[in-house]
Every structure is written in structure tokens, then in C-alpha cells.
Design a protein around this ligand. Sequence first.
Ligand SMILES: [Cu+2]
Length: 451
Amino acid sequence: MVSRRGFLGSTTAAVGGLLLAAESRGLAQPAPARMDPVVTPPRPRAPVEPASPPERDGRYLPVITPDGVTLPWRRVEGVKVFHLTAEEVRDHEFAPGLQAHCWGYNGRTPGPTIEIVEGDRCRFYVTNRLPEPTSVHWHGVPLANGMDGVAGLTQRAIGPGETFLYEITFRRAGTFMYHPHFDEMTQMALGMMGMLVVHPRRPRSVVDRDYVLMTSEWFIRPGARRPDPARMNDFNLLTFNSKAFPGTSALVARTGERVRLRIGNLSAMDHHPIHLHGPSFKVVATDGGPIPEAGQWPETTVLVPVGSTRDVELVATDPGDWALHCHMTHHVMTQMGHDAPNMVGTRGTRRLDARVQRLIPGYMTMGQAGMGGMGEMAMPVPPNSLPMRGSAGPFGYIDMGGMFTVLKVRDTVPEDGSDPGWYRHPGGTVAAAATPEQLERDGLRAEVTAR
Ligand SMILES: [Cu+2]
């Protein structure tokens, strides 16, 4: 006996004062205009404006952050100058139909990807527009201890309205991350994190496309407008770059290209085995450094533990739409309640339904044919929620959400790397219902029709 309420978890209304009209925002847009935080701290006396237009380095192939941006910088006397603003991100859209007020940097979660070249001298100004102190830890980066960003241990926390300066010379190339080291549980649960890529001065391996994916996990009660940072387990929203499928943008590659995926994990409690269909890859680096070629081995799934990054490289050998997702099956479900019994295979519920309907009009037992079609049934759900919703695909309903995206490999791809649409399979290359002739040919007809 499963009520809809059971599937959704309890549907507590959001706190009235935080409920705002939904404002839909397109995917992969440039950083949205700065929003006013709930509590507006005093503005710093000398705000540092981000460089505009951004300067280019020219020494590396820039990374692509699907649904994200790269942090602009400017050069001042040979030093690269960056500005991060820790602030509220209102109405962040995880996927169409689900928005929440999060925290992040420069108007987005995750914060903009920082790109640097090994040896660069950098200055990071960090302005705190949050209603509580914060700090920035440069996760995995070898640096002077006083720049490590651990509030209380290596520096005083950055108070609301204050701007701090971090000065770092990047000694080692690699994929790193940045996140607060003050009230970590709250600030990271609300989305404060970002990727930091240090390109080697001399490239170790040349790739044609270099993608950055930050994995994270959230709990948002269906209908609520705020992630719940107090949640310790049973997260119900799993994301790549703070987007849940079908809100995730596809990764694109041309057939034969070398592709690097830089995957970070700043989830609160879960490691993610990230699985790619189609081409296998090699794990070539962690945030601890590059793996010597003799130590690399082929994989189709890479475990990305909490607080670490993994770089994998592959050759996009075969055209197609190749799923890229966390292999924990609950991590490709969005806002699923876990308190209901699974009714798959149950029969004869009509009489039961009729009885319960005397008490609860409209009651219906669900799930006898499994959970795969749940999202497709388009049952009414609380406003601003995506319980178990997937997406329409080229062959029907894709019943996954959450930490799921697609690597789209094509012989020709749009110049700007935009989504080429669903793959069009050559005739006769798609699995389909077996015909009687085929069954006959292979001696299975009697076996199949016997039951
Ligand atoms: Cu996962």
C-alpha cells in the first residue's frame, strides 16, 4: 500500500518568508546578475571588479565546465588577480521544475572554475556577502600554510562584508577544488564549492576536450525552497555541477578525439562511482598528482571519494549517446522517498484500493509494475519538486534523474560544442523486439512461446 505521499516523503511547505516567485533561468548562461542576499552585509569599502572582458592566457586548452563558467582574471604587474564573492544564489535551477535558494560564489553554484598555469603567481580577493563568516580553502593545492584557508587554524574567518586576500604561487599542476573551511557542513550543503584547474607548463598529454564535473549531494524536501544542511544521510538530490538530469548539459566530442574528464567530489557523505558507457578510460591523475603511465589501468567506472578529484582520459572511439552517471542507483533518483514498501509484482490490489478510497478519496496503490514508469505517469506533485522525474528520450522515457548526463560522440559536432541532439542510429543497429522469423532461425521459437 503506497500512497503518493509515501513516495514523495512528507511535503512540508516551505517557510513562507523564503518563498519567492520562480524565475526560470536558461542553462549555461553567463554568471547571472548579483542577487541580494537575505541579510545584506555592508559592502566592502573598495570592491574589486572582475576583469571584463576576461584576459586570455593562450598557453593551454581551456576547460569546459558544463552548465558553469570560468572565473575571469586580470594581470597586474605579472600577477593574475581573481575575485570571488561568497554570496547567496537565489532560485538556482537544478533542473526544470526544481529551484532553490543556495549559496555559492559569484552568483552561481558551483562557483566559477578557476584556471591557472603551473608557476603562476595569483592573488585571490574573497568578499564575504553571506550573513555569517566564511573562508576559502584551496583543496589539494601545495601552498604557504597561512594561505590554506582553515578558519581558526591558519587565519581569522572572513566576517560578513569583509574582503580577504590570498596570495598563492601554484607549484604543481593538477585538478583541485575550493570550498569554505568555516561552518563547512552548512556552507557546502548549500552549494559553496568550485573546481580549480592548474595546467602544466608543458602539457603531459594532449587532449581535444577537457571537461570539469563537480559532484555534490543535497537534501531538498519536495516543495521546499532551501536545501537542508542538517541532513546527514539519505540525500535526495545528486548533481553534476549542481544540475540534476535532465537539467545536466551533455558532454560533446567528435569521433576519435581524446577527452579528459576532471571529476571532483565535495559531497557531504558519499563517494561516487562514476561510470561511462562505451569507451573505457584510464585514470591518469588524482589531486595528489599525476599517475605514472605504468601505474594507470583501464576502467569503465572511477570511484571519486569525498574530498578528492580524479582525472580520466579516453578516446571517443564510437559515435553515439553514451550515458555517464553515478552507478549508485539511488544517486540517479531525484527526491525519492524511501519510507514506502516496493510493490513490484503485487497483484489484486483493486479491492484494497476500493476499501482505502472510502477513507482517502483518489487513493491508488502504485508500483506493482516497478518504479521505472513512476516519473512518466506525471502524477501531480508539490510545486517546485521533481520526485523521481526523468526525461523523454528518443526511445521513450529515461527513468533516471540526478547524477546522470550523456557523452555525445558524433562524426561531426557543432563548432560551438553545443548539444547535437539525440543520436540517429544507423539502420539495424538498435535492439528491438525479436521477430518470429528470428526466433525460428535461432531455434528459440518453441522455448519462447511455451510459457
Ligand atoms: Cu553517487
